[in-house]
Design a protein around this ligand. Structure first.
Ligand code: NAD
Length: 256
C-alpha cells in the first residue's frame, strides 16, 4: 500500500511507540491523527509532524467515535490504524500482599484488549465503506501492539500477559473477518523499547534484563518500531500474524 497522503489514526500517539511510529509514517507522507487521553502531549507531537491531536480514551466508545469522526472530517477516513494505547501493571496472582486486585486485572484488560478491539472494529467499519486503494483491492491496514510478554510470561505480568495474548489471539480471526474488504491485520510484539511506559520498570530489573538481549544488546528505539509499522503498511503479504521485534530476547521468569 502506498501510504503517501493516507490518514493514519494512532491511539497512544502522544508518547513512546505510538509517537515513534507517527514520526516515521508522517516522514513517509501519511497524515497522522494522534488519539490519546493525554491530549496536551499529543498536541506537542502533532505540532512537530504537522498532525492532528485528538482527545480520546480507548475504554470509552463515544470518545472513539467522536475522535474517528473528527479525524475523518479533517484528514480523510483513516486507512492505517495503529493501536498503541496501552498500560502495564506488575502484580503477582497471589502472595503475602494478598490476591491480585481484580479491579486492576480488569482495568488492564479494558485498555489493552477491549480498547484495541473497540478502535479496530469502529475504524474497520469506516474503512469498509471506502473505495479500494490499489489493484489488490486493498482498503487499509490495522496494526495492533501486543508484547513479547504475551509469549514469555514473566512473574508479575499476569494481567498484562493476558491482555497481550488476547491481542495476539484476535489477529488471525480479525484478518480473516476483514479479508473480504481488503483490510489487513498485523500485530507487533515489541521486546524492550525505551519509552515512558518502560521507565516504570524498576532499575534493578532493567540492569538484569538488558544484558540478556542477544543482539543488539540495548533498548529498542521507537523509530525502529516505527520502521516496522511502515513496512507492515507497505507490504501487502504481511497479514494475520504477530511479528516479534525484540533483538531475540526471550524473557525469563523475573520481571518484578
Ligand atoms: N515500551 C516497551 O518496551 C513495550 C514493549 C512491548 C509492548 N509495548 C506496548 O506498546 C504500547 C505503547 O507503549 P509505550 O511503551 O509507547 O507506552 P507509553 O506510556 O509511552 O505510551 C502509551 C500512550 O498510551 C496512552 N494511553 C494509555 N491509556 C490510554 C487510554 N485508555 N486511551 C487513550 N490513550 C491511552 C498514554 O497516555 C500514552 O501516551 C502499549 O500497548 C505497550 O503495552 C511496549
Amino acid at each position: 500500500m502506498d501510504i503517501r497522503g493516507l490518514t493514519a489514526l494512532i491511539t497512544g500517539g502522544a508518547s513512546g511507540l505510538g509517537a515513534g511510529a507517527a514520526r516515521v509514517l508522517s516522514e513517509a507522507g501519511a497524515r497522522c491523527a494522534l488519539l490519546d487521553r493525554n491530549v496536551d502531549l499529543a498536541r506537542e507531537v502533532a505540532a512537530e509532524i504537522d498532525g492532528l491531536a485528538l482527545a480520546c480514551d480507548v475504554v470509552d466508545t463515544a470518545s472513539i467515535e467522536t475522535a474517528l469522526a473528527a479525524a475523518s472530517a479533517e484528514l480523510g477516513v483513516p486507512r492505517i490504524v495503529l493501536n498503541a494505547a496501552g498500560i502495564d501493571v506488575a502484580i503477582r496472582t497471589a502472595g503475602p500482599k494478598g490476591p491480585h486486585s481484580l479491579a486492576e486485572f480488569e482495568r488492564v484488560l479494558r485498555v489493552n484488549l477491549t480498547g484495541t478491539f473497540n478502535v479496530a472494529r469502529l475504524a474497520a467499519q469506516a474503512m469498509t465503506a471506502e473505495p479500494p486503494l490499489n489493484e489488490d483491492g486493498e482498503r487499509g491496514v490495522i496494526v495492533n501492539i501486543a508484547s513479547v510478554v504475551a509469549e514469555d510470561g514473566p512473574i508479575g505480568q499476569v494481567a498484562y500477559a493476558a491482555s497481550k495474548a488476547g491481542v495476539q489471539g484476535m489477529t488471525l480471526p480479525m484478518a480473516r473477518d476483514l479479508a473480504p474488504f481488503g483490510i489487513r491485520v498485523v500485530t507487533v510484539a515489541p521486546g524492550m523499547f525505551e519509552t515512558p511506559l518502560a521507565s516504570g520498570i524498576p532499575q534493578s530489573w532493567i540492569d538484569a534484563i538488558i544484558p540478556t538481549v542477544p543482539f543488539p544488546r540495548r533498548w529498542g528505539n521507537p523509530l525502529e518500531f516505527g520502521a516496522l509499522v511502515r513496512q507492515i503498511c507497505e507490504n501487502p503479504m504481511l497479514n494475520g500474524e504477530m511479528i516479534r521485534i525484540d533483538g531475540a530476547i526471550r524473557m525469563g521468569i523475573e520481571h518484578s
